[in-house]
Ligand binder design. Sequence first.
Ligand code: HEC
Length: 217
Amino acid sequence: MLTTNKFVRHQIIFTGLILVLSTVFSVVASAGTSGAQASEELKQRAQASKQVAQQFVKQLGGHLKKEMKANGPVQAIKVCKDIAPGIANQLSIENGWSVSRVSNKVRNPSSGIPDQWESEVLAEFEALAAKGEKYSSMKKAVVVDENGKSYFRFMKPIPVKPVCLSCHGGKEDVSVVVNAELEKQYPFDKANDYKVDELRGAISIKQPMDIPLKKKF
Ligand code: HEC
């Protein structure tokens, strides 16, 4: 009798142990899978953001170059004024995201002022550049929680190129006519006195995590 009891007790302890262990294993395993799935999703969202940022820069650059060549910088101001927000808007609608250009020295305060997170990332980009890193190799991609909602946020720096100087450079680069036109259209303009390779701003992308990625990128 005594031995049976002991045997039963051992059996119970043994079964209990197996149960506990298998639960632990399955929890660890499922955490592993969902962790891997989550990081795969972030990779895809970062990749998609990078492509959209490149698309933005390429489309805008194409229009700008064409207009500068054909009609000069005064006429090209309207490319930046109308076409740039148009492209940003189109890319936002197409993807279900918010796609914008931000800067810590804006020309257009109605669209380019960074939020807290964007300001910090712009400062981070500049700090990395001060240590010798190239803007072209930088990007930032994280998931943040804002007011209980989860967002994937992405930023890619926009460095100053020689072509930018005729509208964002110093007095020696911006012609009197362009300057007069900019002053007229942008009374609160701070986007001047830049030099080549400085940080002009960034493409900023914000994706609500509950909106799935488009199938094809
Ligand atoms: C022909 C003049 C012109 C040239 C050349 C030009 N820009 Fe601009 N840029 C503007 C104007 C005008 C705006 C304001 C657009 C608006 O109203 O949203 C602007 C706005 C911007 C913004 C948005 C933030 C802000 O300051 O409002 C960024 C970023 C920017 N330019 C980067 C560049 C870069 C990089 C280049 C060179 C590749 C460049 N620009 C060349 C005229 C120009």
